[in-house]
Design a protein around this ligand. Structure first.
Ligand code: ATP
Length: 163
């Protein structure tokens, strides 16, 4: 089975009512994954991520993909977890692909969410801030929902430096 290695991030910032999380609504048809967490009729919400470029560290990929897919600049606070899933390519020979995504926790630094380069609209319908407390209910994929607790634990233990 072919493998794909990606990296991505949970980007947080302090808001008036607590931590906020940057998420994206992917543009393209999201069908064909073997472990579907998609709730029918509901908007797909996911974390920004993407494939490692040659020579790039996973941290660099996470920062780059966050910038490209959300429009914001963020710095890595800590690694959260590697998640894995299998999906079926919707094009060509419909091959099953084994995917590993390393997720990091990042702190927002600058930029306006959803101010994207026009070329990124092919991949991202919109990027938005949601309350971190709503992420468990609103994120589509189980693997992404399962790292929320790790981020919350880190933020509780490092509240002064993260803010
Ligand atoms: P990347 O974002 O790494 O550049 P991509 O956009 O080509 O890659 P994915 O986002 O992995 O690929 O999407 C491929 C398929 O996997 C889609 O059908 C999508 O619905 C599904 N998928 C995406 N994330 C997850 C996940 N965390 N768990 C299960 N299935 C997922």
């Amino acid at each position: 089975m072919p493998r794909e290695i990606s990296a991505g991030g949970m980007v947080v910032r302090p808001g008036p009512a607590g931590w906020e999380l940057a998420v994206i609504e992917p543009q393209r048809e999201q069908s064909g994954n073997a472990d579907s967490g998609k709730k029918d009729g509901k908007t797909v919400l996911a974390l920004p991520k993407g494939l490692l470029d040659p020579g790039e560290t996973p941290e660099q990929t996470a920062v780059r993909e966050v910038r490209e897919e959300t429009g914001i600049t963020a710095r890595v606070l800590t690694k959260l977890k590697d998640i894995q899933y299998v999906y079926v390519r919707s094009w060509g020979d419909r091959q099953r692909v084994f995917k590993i995504v390393t997720f990091y926790l990042l702190r927002y630094e600058s930029g306006t969410i959803d101010e994207l380069a026009p070329s990124m609209r092919i991949e991202v319908k919109r990027a938005l801030w949601i309350p971190l407390g709503e992420a468990r209910r609103r994120l589509t994929y189980r693997g992404e929902r399962e790292i929320i607790g790790l981020a919350e634990d880190y933020l509780a233990a490092h509240s002064t430096e993260a803010r």
